[in-house]
Design a protein around this ligand. Structure first.
Ligand code: SAH
Ligand code: SF4
Ligand code: F3S
Length: 464
């Protein structure tokens, strides 16, 4: 199968009219920066915010570290491999290659490791966690004034990062932060340590940004938060998450509203009702379960049982709209036995998820699970992961077969040149590759009839 060719976003012709100023907006003599992003969508969006801040300060964004005076890594610490990757990448800038540049580490590894980064990579000049990005202009001024090392590591809970000068990399789907941090304390997870406590953004600020996005040509937004559905409006409007969803969907010009990630504990029937009665709310729910075993869930401190999770799936399945449901799973949590792993497999068989992101448990600093005894051997973790992925692949193949002959609306966001196909997503976030004689469909909504189905995508023909 030919690999998907991603079109460089800068070259897309279907950029929304009046989109925020991009890479070419600054004068050529301005100081140049390059930013590389690891991790989740929240990090991807943070990089957009950071780039916006720098552009507003007169910096110029470039596409390669070679041509940049400042090289920034926005990092992820969720599993050891992710954090390790950052240090490997930083090592590329050891010696003469890095000497002439300002190298900065942002994001979750920055927050977690703090000044220790300077010890491991002394050529790094800036270490700054996500809660301190609003201080970036001051940090940059210090660097420009000649300070050798600067840090922004305050997890100040009163401050929610907001900036109007966001530039967006994806011209079709605009990310939007509605809640930062996390107040759960899952025993395996670094996020509460790297992103701090939960802070929701005022609903009027969210809605203002949505209106602004519409003016800039966006029709699809994705609301972001580590536990997005724990949203609690701090302003007088006092919206809960379902009310916020309805309000965002009601903004004139918005056609699709996505949201991620939902925590099962805060997932309510009201959210299902909102989706069911509001076509602009996308019928896709990412609801990480992590394990099918009650004992393991308890050890993970997930705050729900298998039965409680399944009850939420029942609410979703009882609705009129056939929402897709995806999940995250961790295999090989300390002490996970074969029968407990089998319970996770039986949960997959029962729910028949539309997609699963599965990970081998990775012990992380500052987490309670790190000190748990009875680790699962690496080869057992690998076997469990492979077994689970194979089973899920079969589930997805048979699930996707049920869509043959159906019609979906697809928002086109890419092109496979070699196959002559357009590519896009349904409201339920399914990838559809399809044939069409049209010359350019990027950014358009098309009706597509499904003629083929694989485990991870559907194939079709444009029918309207
Ligand atoms: N806030 C989301 C998850 C964020 S992290 C939630 O509560 O569901 C994304 C996923 O990474 C998690 O759902 C989990 O499956 C995985 N993950 C987190 N910490 C991990 C660890 N220490 N080892 C392996 N996977 C982990
Ligand atoms: Fe991590 Fe749990 Fe918070 Fe998700 S809910 S970010 S897994 S601590
Ligand atoms: Fe990684 Fe931080 Fe996101 S640890 S998954 S980048 S919140």
């Amino acid at each position: 199968m030919a690999a998907r060719i991603d079109i460089p976003l800068a070259s897309l012709t279907a950029k929304p009219a009046g989109a925020p100023a991009g890479r070419d907006a600054s004068p050529a003599h301005a100081r140049s920066f390059y930013i590389e992003t690891f991790g989740c969508q929240m990090n991807a969006h943070d990089s957009e915010k950071v780039a916006g801040l720098l552009l507003a300060r007169g910096y110029r964004q470039v596409e390669s570290p070679e041509s940049a005076e400042m090289v920034l890594f926005n990092t992820c610490s969720i599993r050891e491999k992710a954090a390790q990757k950052v240090f490997t990448r930083l090592n590329d800038f050891r010696g003469p290659r890095g000497q002439s540049k300002i190298v900065g580490v942002l994001g979750c590894v920055a927050q977690q490791e703090g000044e220790r980064i300077f010890e491991r990579a002394p050529w790094v000049r800036m270490v700054c966690g996500s809660a301190s990005y609003r201080n970036l202009p001051e940090l940059l001024a210090e660097i420009e004034a000649g300070d050798t090392r600067v840090t922004g590591l305050n997890l100040d809970t009163a401050e929610t990062f907001e900036t109007e000068v966001t530039r967006r990399d994806n011209p079709f789907r605009a990310y939007l932060t509605v809640i930062e941090g996390c107040d759960y304390a899952c025993s395996y997870c670094v996020v509460p340590h790297t992103r701090g406590p939960q802070r929701s953004r005022a609903s009027d600020a969210v809605l203002d940004e949505v209106r602004h996005l519409v003016q800039n040509g966006f029709t699809e937004v994705q609301l972001l938060g580590q536990t997005v559905n724990s949203y609690r409006d701090p302003s007088a409007a006092g919206m809960n998450f379902a009310q916020l969803l309805r309000a965002v969907a009601a903004v004139v010009g918005i056609r699709r509203v996505r949201f991620t990630t939902s925590h099962p504990n805060d997932f309510t029937p009201e959210i299902v009702h909102a989706i069911d009665s509001t076509p602009a709310l996308c019928d896709h729910i990412h609801l990480p379960v992590q394990s099918g075993s009650n004992r393991v869930l308890k050890q993970m401190r997930r705050t729900y049982s298998r039965a409680e999770y399944l009850e939420k799936i029942e609410w979703i399945r009882a609705a009129q709209r056939r929402s897709s449901v995806t999940t995250d799973i961790i295999v090989g949590f300390p002490g996970e036995t074969d029968p407990e792993f089998a319970e996770t497999i039986s949960l997959l068989d029962e729910v028949k998820f539309d997609g699963v992101f599965a990970f081998k448990y990775s012990p992380r600093p500052n987490t309670t699970a790190k000190d748990m005894t009875d680790p699962v051997p690496e080869e057992v973790k690998s076997q469990r992961l492979a077994f689970l992925q194979q089973r899920q692949r079969e589930i997805q193949i048979s699930r996707n077969q049920t869509f043959l002959g159906s019609e979906f609306e697809v928002l086109v966001d890419g092109r496979h040149e070699s196959r002559g196909q357009w590519s896009g997503r349904t409201t339920s976030n399914r990838i559809v590759n399809f044939a069409s004689p049209a010359e350019n469909l990027l950014g358009q909504y098309c009706q597509v009839k499904i003629t083929g189905a694989g485990p991870n995508s559907l194939v079709g023909e444009q029918c309207g």
